[in-house]
Design a protein around this ligand. Structure first.
Ligand SMILES: [Zn+2]
Length: 1006
């Protein structure tokens, strides 16, 4: 077919589609345009031109209604939405939305906050004039449905409100910056909703308030548009990958709905709840051609209301059906996404009595029209995808916009048709949240007033406040009954020698001032989901969890959280806490001040804040008066009482004045000069570390591996080099070599006229490809040998091990072990190490298949077995425990093998030691700070499969090297704003960087 006749064929098909009509159920409105309303001919022609095949469009979007007064997206874009070569900046999208607002009373734009880099976020409401005029009255009605306590849980009253209310459907676009289609699709959708007079769209406009945040990750959008512009200016070159999205994290910006650490999450939740919306529908692009992934696959999150699960199925199934009838291929709703983790942005709705929805559509990572070839699993016909995508296709951004808009319009229409049901469900989910204590429990979660880690407890409570969870504080001491755990009946007869276990306590006392998170509140669900424990069965049919399997915040923060089922707790006298007032400060009078060490991250903030003050760390626990202080306690001199009082009040730390200095060994706690290193491979995981450091106000020099390699004398400038995890596919060699640069062009990450937004407040380079380099590696080694401290975690630990920066440590990975974003138990091995200051014997930590460390005392040692290994005595004389004998020669004693634990290095035997320069002197061997718990105690929450492979192995190691140290983490101690319990392991390393050998038993044995 020639070019012209092909076009004619397409036009013919479009006409056929538009006029043939689709059989509808009784009383349903046909999805067809109003023939009386003129169309914008030029715009419509371009829509058709940019759509690569007629079946990639629908009768809802294959035309644009004309308006004499309202500008089309062309006014800002210079072309139609989804046109090739055009990606608007957020600013341009906002400009258009504000043009709409000016031109029609059916659009209202509000500012909803700013990003970390100060860019504006907006929400655009589109509805009928009447609805927008009565927004406030409507909001008040919806607020009553959102909090059924206001109407005393009276269903009749709710029904009245349901009948009168206009629901709110909230759509969020482009949280993931390389997924570029949503902003133009949403510009055009806003226009259609405001202008189209077809009965189908009019019903939506009159019946629903559509709320749109066209760009969620505004900082990342502007960078992505820059890169695309660079690509258009250098069409033959490779263009740089989007290494930074927001200031801190990339793809993980859609994993922040638990920790609420990012502004975009906070702004979207505040908007969602502020408008009392019923739906949060988040737009993504990675799967052909439209995957409504809310139905997904199991296991489903255990805390969502089953009413929501039904809603997912209803809307999802209808969405697929409608688009299938339009003849659009590749639309489906089941798939490999499980709905377990509540970390996704859409889950803000699922956890706050709304409906969470998410589309994966097909995007080209820019606005080029491209030939796309799919993988077999993407185009295969399956039971849930009877109409799969094509194996090969020419795909355009316009196609993407057609799918997004068609999906949204059919969803909005179905939602409107059934809005009374969905509004009633909205009320019911709120009501059931309030009835939680009596319906399924628990009654409350209690955080005791006397938690020794008050500043961390406050941080956890702040997360709850950001989640709009109500917190109360008891005004009296109180007692609750504890649930009685049923003892498992043992099959074996009781062992008479076994000591009877002490009876489990049946009640628990809490002091006055304890925090109570009541479960009889509208948002009890989110508190319950975040504070409860998770269990993912190793036998679950879902073998590839989509994300973390655990998030128990009490464990990850290391603060005590008690799940209380005794409903008496609800009648304890208490008052609402709307903000956490400053606490801490200085108590008493004396010559010096002590701050007990409970591994609170705020201690590190204090060290940097009081930079001219002398702070010493107590190397042993001590007592002063009747008060006990733990190892690592800060002893502070040379600061005025008022300065210390104000600093500790800000940080939530309690300082105690001591009459006399304790007579114990101490060493200085210093504020090290930190080089903070990232790669140009990925900045995703280190971004969470950077966010934590910035929140703690700990200064550092941020630099790439390339920049580090160029510093002539690292020791002259820095005390500690921090190399947080890289993740992705970062092997040790790729950290050194970077991206191949024997071919291709440089990949600049610089501000240029085409890319004014790239660098922001992060880093830049003329070419992203080179890595650390072998020279850089040598410099790292020299830095450590000369007394510097290098801190690594997960894959950067593997890098340090693989490239020989440490001796006597092996790091392996396991194919079988499955610890997928789980919380595991670890045990303190060396409490005298400054790295362990403030920790108790048991430490819960986040682990995602961390490297399995094993230690040896001989470099390059390998155990060789030539015969069978004898675990028991061989066949011979006597009983099982007797020694064997040899006839005709004196008996010989078998030398006793030294006992050693799995986490320790085996002691070399006399024979191994003989003339062996490879034996590592005791003082140079790795010091185990923390180890993984025994197999049976490893699982705290989530999935632990074949955990025996890592059980008892080291979790945190301090390895001397020359006069410096490499501190290796197998766990990831700083993660997604959720792991405050393990922050201090990193911070202790920093503050004690020049005293890490303190308490080391074999420090002098060379
Ligand atoms: Zn995405």
């Amino acid at each position: 077919m020639g070019h012209k006749s092909w076009l004619g064929f397409i036009l013919l098909l479009f006409t056929t589609l538009a006029t043939s009509g689709i059989a509808r159920g009784d009383g349903e409105t046909a999805p067809a345009r109003d023939p009386k309303q003129p169309i914008d001919e030029a715009y419509t022609a371009k829509i058709r031109k940019y759509t690569t095949a007629p079946y990639f469009s629908s009768p809802l979007v294959d035309y644009l209604p004309a308006s004499k007064t309202v500008p089309t997206p062309e006014a800002v874009l210079g072309d139609v939405a989804g046109a090739p070569g055009i990606l608007p900046y957020a600013e341009d999208v906002y400009k258009y939305m504000r043009l709409l607002e000016k031109a029609t009373p059916r659009v209202k734009v509000v500012s909803i906050g700013t990003t970390e880099e100060g860019r504006e976020m907006i929400a655009v409401a589109v509805s009928s004039e009447a609805n927008l005029k009565n927004l406030e009255q409507n909001r008040q009605r919806l607020a009553k449905l959102a909090d059924p306590r206001t109407i005393h849980l009276e269903d009749a009253e709710a029904d009245k409100l349901v009948a009168e209310s206009v629901p709110v459907y909230y759509i969020t676009g482009t949280i993931h910056s390389p997924e570029t289609g949503a902003p133009t699709a949403l510009m055009e959708l806003a226009y259609r909703l405001a202008v189209d007079e077809s009965p189908y769209v009019r019903e939506i406009r009159d019946g629903v308030i559509t709320l749109i945040t066209p760009v969620v990750e505004v900082d990342g959008r502007d960078r992505m548009v820059d890169l695309y512009k660079w690509h258009l200016a250098h069409p033959k070159d490779f263009y740089p990958p989007l290494i930074y999205w927001g200031k801190y994290v990339a793809h993980d910006n859609n994993r922040d709905a638990m920790g609420m650490a990012l502004k975009l999450t906070q702004n979207v939740l505040n908007t969602y709840l502020g408008w009392n919306a019923q739906v949060l529908h988040d737009l993504h692009e990675s799967v052909p051609y439209l995957y409504d992934n809310t139905v997904g696959d199991g296991p489903y999150n255990a805390w969502v209301d089953p009413i929501l699960v039904d809603e997912w199925q209803m809307i999802g199934a209808r969405n697929v059906a409608d688009m299938t009838k339009f003849g659009m291929p590749g639309v489906f709703t089941h798939g490999d996404f499980d709905t377990w983790s509540p970390g996704y942005l859409m889950f803000l709705a699922a956890m706050h009595n709304g409906i969470s929805r998410l589309y994966e559509t097909f995007g080209n990572g820019g606005a080029d029209t491209r030939e796309r070839t799919l993988q077999a699993d993407e185009y295969a016909r399956t039971w849930y995808r009877p109409n799969p995508p094509f194996p090969k296709v020419l795909w355009s951004q316009r196609n993407n916009n057609n799918y997004e808009e068609t999906g949204l319009l059919t969803s909005l229409h179905y939602f409107n048709e059934n809005k009374r049901l969905f509004l009633k469900n909205f009320y019911l989910k709120g009501k059931r949240s309030i009835q939680k204590p009596s319906a399924e429990g628990p009654a409350a979660y209690v955080l005791p007033a006397n938690d020794p880690r008050a500043s961390v407890q406050a941080d956890l409570l702040r997360v709850m406040l950001k989640q709009h969870v109500e917190i109360s504080r008891s005004t009296t001491a109180f007692q609750v009954a504890l649930p009685v755990k049923k003892e498992k009946k043992s099959a074996k007869p009781a062992d008479p020698e076994e000591k009877p276990k002490p009876a489990a306590p049946t009640s628990r006392d809490f002091p006055s001032g304890s925090y109570v998170i009541r479960m009889d509140q509208p948002y009890s669900r989110v508190a319950d989901a975040l504070l409860d424990y998770q269990y993912w069965s190793p036998e679950d049919p879902q073998t590839t969890p989509y994300d973390d399997t655990a998030w128990t915040l009490g464990e990850l923060f290391g603060v005590e959280v008690t799940r209380v089922t005794d409903s008496k707790v609800l009648s304890v006298p208490m008052e609402r806490v709307t903000e956490l007032h400053s606490f801490g400060g200085v108590k008493g009078e004396g010559v010096l001040f002590a701050i007990d060490n409970h591994a609170e991250p705020a201690l590190a903030s204090l060290r940097y804040r009081l930079k001219d003050t002398t702070i010493e760390a107590a190397e042993e626990p001590f007592q002063s008066g009747d008060r006990k202080f733990s190892r690592g306690t800060f002893l502070i001199r040379g600061v005025s009482r008022s300065d210390l009082d104000s600093a500790t009040k800000t940080l939530g730390l309690e300082a105690v004045a001591l009459a006399t200095a304790p007579s114990i060994k101490t060493h200085p706690v210093r504020a090290p000069r930190i080089a903070y290193v990232h790669t140009w491979i990925s900045t995703q995981s280190e971004g969470w570390w950077r966010l934590a450091f910035d929140n703690l106000q700990i200064p550092y020099d941020y630099m790439s591996t390339q920049a580090l390699a160029k510093i002539p004398d690292l020791n002259a400038k820095y005390d500690v080099i921090l190399f947080p995890p890289v993740t992705g596919e970062a092997s040790a060699i790729s950290i050194v070599r970077g991206t191949p640069n024997s071919w291709g062009n440089p990949l600049p990450w610089l501000n240029t006229p085409e890319t004014p937004n790239l660098v922001g407040k992060n880093d830049s380079t003329p070419d992203m490809r080179p890595g650390l380099g072998w020279d850089g590696l040598a410099k790292l080694q020299t830095f450590v040998r000369n007394g510097g401290v290098l801190l690594t975690a997960t894959d950067t630990s593997q890098f340090a091990v693989a490239l020989g920066l440490v001796n006597g440590v092996a790091a392996s990975t396991s194919e079988k072990m499955k610890i997928v974003g789980s919380i595991v138990g670890t045990r303190l091995v060396d409490a005298a190490s400054p790295i362990a200051y403030g920790y108790d014997e048991k430490v819960s930590a986040y682990c995602d298949n961390g490297p399995i460390f094993s230690l040896s005392s001989i470099i390059g040692a390998r155990r060789r077995h030539l015969g069978p290994e004898l675990k028991t005595r061989p066949t011979g004389r006597g009983t099982k425990d007797d020694p064997d004998f040899v006839v005709g020669r004196p008996a010989s004693e078998i030398p006793e093998e030294p006992e050693r634990e799995l986490w320790e290095a085996p002691q070399p035997t006399d024979d191994q030691r003989f003339n062996n320069p490879r034996v590592i002197p005791p003082a140079d061997r790795a010091r185990v700070i923390l180890r993984y718990a025994d197999s049976k105690d490893l699982l705290i929450a989530g999935l632990v499969g074949s955990g025996n492979e890592i059980a008892q192995h080291p979790a945190v190691l301090d390895v001397p090297s020359g006069s410096g140290h490499v501190v290796l983490f197998s766990i990831n101690p700083v993660y997604r704003g959720e792991t405050e319990n393990t922050y201090a392991l990193v911070l202790n390393t920093l503050l004690n960087f020049d005293s890490l050998n303190v308490g080391r038993k074999d420090a002098d044995q060379k």
